[in-house]
Ligand binder design. Structure first.
Ligand SMILES: Nc1nc2c(ncn2[C@@H]2O[C@H](COP(=O)(O)OP(=O)(O)OP(=O)(O)O)[C@@H](O)[C@H]2O)c(=O)[nH]1
Ligand SMILES: [Mg+2]
Length: 331
């Protein structure tokens, strides 16, 4: 067992269990109904109650990293960590620095380049050099560093992208195209998607956690209503992509959702299109049925990059991907 987050008091602690520790950990993780928890590598995190010595000590998220093992995302209580340390043995090997972890987990070329760049840089030396600059040059350099850091972080930390819109607009079809596979069910029956489904993919060189959500429309049951609500909660702090059925045109709900969306995508461009209201934006017209996934992904990726004011992914150059503490030290 290894602590992945820095030691000390914080709101969250992440602990990694090696593959060999799974059998001993399994009885400690239960659902809220007291049942055993089954996890699937690469699946979204699962909620579980952590039980030690017969007591529920925390409400946690379980992330299955396959051969690497299981991660528990805990509330950062020192008492819970101490109880875990009593039940399992903490591995004293040093926690991998972020750049080393990025080197191991890179999803695309730009992340790999960034990891190599970060491993090679000497932050202490950079801080000393910046401190020696005349004030005007120093503030120019710091502004450049902040901008490089913003871009580098966007290359490393997946931004959440929530697909939303009316039932049957084609959100799940778009989700599947963005992932190059039939990850979720699609079909003509409205209200097919209930629970939100998330996957990480790289679009135009930047990673995104794309989330397919239930469509807006009549909920068939209270359970469906709860699932729709879960999807709605994921919208805050996310980039919202509104998918509209361009054949039928925007609904009243679509018009309301357009206000919070960074991109409005009119789908079903292969069918006859209705006139688009002048007071509503439409950034892209696509056809999930007829368009090549490669082109569709490229167009959506480029549009997102543009609205986030991000440059074409590639080498960031120099100091990049600074933590909040690094930036505070530089300031
Ligand atoms: N002709 C055409 N049909 C499409 C296109 N995109 C999706 N569809 C069809 O539209 C129907 C609804 O697609 P879904 O992707 O399931 O729609 P959804 O927005 O996820 O719907 P809910 O899950 O109910 O909210 C399916 O029958 C799709 O095959 C398109 O570009 N052109
Ligand atoms: Mg759907």
């Amino acid at each position: 067992m290894r602590l992945l987050t820095p030691p000390g008091i914080a709101g969250v602690a992440v602990v990694q269990f090696g593959a060999a520790e799974r059998p001993r950990l399994a009885p400690c993780l239960r659902s809220t109904r007291g049942e055993a928890i089954a996890t699937v590598p690469g699946a979204p995190p699962r909620r579980a109650l952590l039980q030690l010595d017969g007591l529920v000590v925390d409400d946690v998220l379980v992330v299955d990293r396959g051969a690497v093992g299981l991660e528990l995302h805990l509330h950062g209580s020192a008492a819970v960590l101490a109880a875990l340390a009593r039940a399992f043995v903490f591995d004293d090997a040093p926690v991998l620095p972020p750049a080393v972890r990025l080197l191991r987990d890179a999803m695309c070329e730009s992340q790999l380049e960034l990891a190599i760049e970060q491993l090679g840089l000497d932050f202490e030396r950079f801080c000393r050099d910046v401190a020696d600059l005349p004030p005007a040059a120093r503030s120019t350099e710091l502004a450049a560093v902040r901008e490089r850091s913003r871009v580098a972080l966007a290359q490393v930390v997946p931004a959440r992208l929530v697909l939303l819109g009316a039932q049957n607009a084609g959100k799940s079809s778009l989700f599947n195209r963005l992932l190059f596979r039939e990850r979720v069910l699609t079909g003509p029956a409205p209200g097919l998607t209930r629970d939100p489904v998330a996957e990480v993919t790289a679009l135009d060189g930047y990673p995104y956690e794309v989330v397919d959500t239930a469509g807006e429309g009549p909920a068939a049951s209270a359970v469906d209503g709860a699932a729709i609500e879960r999807g709605r909660r994921l919208r805050s702090h996310a980039l919202q992509v509104l998918v509209v059925d361009g054949h039928r045109g925007p609904s009243v709900a679509d018009r309301e959702l357009a206000g919070g969306a960074v991109l409005v995508v009119a789908n079903k461009a292969d069918l006859p299109q209705v006139g688009w209201p002048a007071d509503m934006p439409c950034h892209l017209r696509v056809s999930c049925a007829a368009e090549q996934a490669v082109l569709l992904r490229a167009r959506i990726g480029a549009a997102l990059r543009q609205c986030r004011a991000l440059p074409a992914a590639g080498r960031v150059g120099g100091i990049a991907a600074l933590s909040a503490e690094d930036l505070a030290r530089l300031a």
